[in-house]
Design a protein around this ligand. Structure first.
Ligand SMILES: [Zn+2]
Length: 366
């Protein structure tokens, strides 16, 4: 496996120490920037039978073939069940069954549980094939619940010989401090657009720079936008929001977005579910807030002119309060019962935060 171009510098730094890496490494950075792939490339290099010095994995030895094929016997990956390859089981029967059990199970499927860490402990207690290393990769590390994290901590306190733990985290502050302090931390910088844009273009994306900005600088997220057809809906989303404070109809807009949410379970259509809409809304608010405070547009560069106009007539304190509202709404958006009402509420709050922009009512000469 290769690392992404924007990760090359970090990779070279680590390559100087391939032979002396500690037994616990925490790779931290932004989601959508390829941390998992970086950790996988490192795992493969640690297991490769022929690479030495600063060279990457050879891609030819039996270990590399196993790694890229059905799995290496000395490699174990721990992820929340919901992130594993199988599609989530929740969709089909969601409405009919309902109830706490279901919600609990859904919440549990997003965690890494103690049983999984115990599996890793058993795995580490067995000697490695051919006397090499055994590698456990945990992603995202913050998905471990408290029991699982404590069980891992015990293992790190008495590290198994030949064992290496690679933790990937998108939110280091959510990890137990004791766990963090047991790891060598590799902080991945934000992907450099100069490296990310040519890579995106090589993936066949037009508008690479725009998509990268829309994805908050996360290249893999940009690819997801483009391939999922989300880019187009995101553009509609932004146009709708730009028009709304000037006499647009919030109910009409809510109806449109609700069809997106309803469509999001259809695999043929771009997946734009409610949490994603709230996320876009947060980005819209962040751009407005930044402009109101004299900063610049980050997420919606195509709508910069509209945003600037709105920010000029808006009020930065109200925009800030609205942004906080959205953070709270984001938390509940995954399990709201009535998407339509939720969206309407969100749009009315937006209009209130833009109240000064809305008056005087944009009355056109007859
Ligand atoms: Zn190899």
């Amino acid at each position: 496996m290769n690392v992404f171009p924007w990760q090359n510098a970090r990779w070279q730094e680590i390559a100087l120490r391939f032979d002396r890496l500690p037994h616990a490494i925490l790779i931290s950075g932004a989601p959508g920037s390829g941390l998992l792939q970086f950790a996988q490339a490192l795992a493969q290099r640690l297991l490769c039978e022929t690479a030495s010095g600063t060279a990457p994995a050879c891609e030819r030895c039996p270990a590399c073939l196993w790694f890229n094929g059905h799995g290496h016997p000395d490699y174990l990956m721990l992820r929340p069940p919901a992130d594993m390859d199988a599609p989530e089981l929740e969709d089909a029967s969601e409405e009919s069954e309902g109830g706490t059990d279901k919600t609990e199970r859904k919440a549990l499927s997003r965690q890494i549980l103690i049983d999984q860490v115990r599996t890793a402990s058993d795995f580490m207690s067995v000697g490695a094939h051919q006397g090499g290393r055994r590698v456990v990769l945990i992603e995202p590390a913050e998905a471990m619940n408290v029991q699982a994290a404590n069980a891992l901590l015990k293992m790190l306190e008495e590290p198994p010989p030949h064992g290496v733990f690679l933790l990937v985290s998108y939110s280091v502050r959510r990890l137990l401090p004791t766990l963090r302090s047991r790891c060598r931390i590799i902080a991945m910088p934000k992907p450099d657009p100069a490296a990310a844009i040519p890579w995106l273009e090589a993936q066949g994306l037009s508008d690479a720079a725009l998509l990268l900005a829309a994805a908050g600088g996360a290249p893999l997220r940009a690819v997801e936008f483009a391939r999922g057809g989300q880019g187009e809906r995101r553009r509609d989303f932004a146009r709708g929001l730009a028009r709304l404070p000037q006499g647009g109809d919030p109910l009409e807009l809510a109806a449109q977005w609700q069809t997106w949410v309803a469509d999001s379970k259809n695999p043929q259509v771009a997946r734009v579910d409610l949490p994603l809409i709230v996320n876009w809304m947060q980005e819209w608010a962040a751009d407005l807030g930044a402009l109101a405070l004299g900063g610049s547009v980050r997420f919606f560069p195509e709508q910069a002119a509209d945003l600037r106009r709105l920010a000029e007539s808006g009020n930065s304190a109200r925009i800030g309060a609205w942004y906080n509202d959205l953070c709270r709404m984001r938390g509940v958006s995954g399990h709201t019962l009535n998407a339509r009402l939720f969206i309407e509420d969100m749009l009315l709050r937006y209009l209130r935060s833009m109240a000064r922009a809305a008056q005087p009512p944009a009355r056109r000469p007859a």
